[in-house]
Design a protein around this ligand. Sequence first.
Ligand code: NOJ
Length: 494
Amino acid sequence: MNKEMWFICVVFSTSLATSINVSKFPKDFMFGTSTASYQIEGAWNEDGKGENIWDKVTHRVPSPVIDNSTGDIACDSYHKYKEDVAMLKYLGVTHYRFSLSWSRILPTGFNNKINSLGIAYYKNLIKELRANNIEPLVTIFHWDTPQPLENLGGWTNELITDRYADYAKVVFENFGDHVKYWLTFNEPKQTCNGGYGNMQRAPLVDSPGIGEYLCTHNVLKAHAKAWHLYDKQFRTTQKGKVGITMDTVWLEPDTNSSKDVDASERGQQFVHGWYARPLTLGDYPEIMKKVIAERSTLQGFSQSRLPQFTKDEITYLKGTLDYLGLNYYTTFMVRDSNDEKIDDISYEADANINAYQKEEWPKSTTPWLRVVPWGLRKILNWIKITYGDIPILITENGVSDDGSSTEDDTRVDYYQQHLSSLKDAMDDGVNVFGFTAWSLMDNYEWLQGYSEHFGLYRVDFSSSNRTRTPKKSAKYLKNVIQYRCVLGNSTCDK
Ligand code: NOJ
């Protein structure tokens, strides 16, 4: 099939299902791809890097990882970053979102020892990007807490908030002259709920209903410290912006009944309000404070399991977002749950919603990820209505498959439909200024190891060279970027 025929087929097949928005993205819209240090770098113990919680957890015997694999080598980007940049160049992206490994920069987690080789690695990467006209978009922390800090309780110990600020200072000092967009945290809900609540992420600490709330409290404080530090000491000279990235889902009420509608709103507050509200308005959502306090009393606790911010802390947190990063993959239907589950001490029982996905929604190889493009438009509008006209960057969006073919039509369709839904939201008036696709290449998918493939490039993990091959989706995205048009050609309206 020639290129034109292929586009006609893609457009025709998807337009049957949904109507595709064919208006152009603005000229200054940022397009890029996304990765994270532990998922791509490898070199886990090279050149002075310290151990982090993912090194620790993936080296456990027996392994908690589905295929017993580790990120010890991953995509070997520590050695192959120039190839990564060449791939980005081919795609024509304006930005590349990657994360820094705290333990590569500060091997002990503390700032007593700065690893010059770790600093050099990121300086070289940034230099290579800039030489190719690609702007770095840097996530300071993407889940890989230094193990020495975890030994002290990790994110449940307030000590880490100052240590994070120390780390952020080293980062701003060393890279800030060449970085305009910072993200303090990636998906803190995963770090906290997954890491200390439901055992889905390192450090796999089993403390549901308590650990995730302590963790979030400290993550929010650490974020605010980094934002104020940047604001006071670096903003005038470095002229960058500091945001945070949240994981989002849209929660669609199952029926119009007020119970289901309330359950949807409560769910949104537990998922998004937990982070977005303190950083925009200063404190946790009222519904979280009320529900968790009431349930804590009924469960025999002398105080709420949700920690409280002081008045000063509320003032300190409020407005510490220059922009908001959002990762969107999927949507759930929600019903009210009649069962209060008072004996269940967990975040999930506190939120108490009954979520499911419709059978008719297309599946991926990730159990929770069904394809629901319209949810992106809905969550973007909800964020704007709830938190005001904050500038938004879509920092992740993508779909997994089994990696067997580089003819990844499912991924092409996924991107086309989601970019169209994103454009719908922008036309609704939501202030979205960029989109970075997850992911540049197949990589280490945490406890799912190498079993789920999200890449625009295929990576051959059986070859020591970790050979990268562009998939059909890479060619599609390249055309989208070139024409600023979801059809991937020049036919979009102005
Ligand atoms: C979000 C996370 O930030 C990223 O690390 C992960 O690989 C993707 N979701 C896909 O699950």
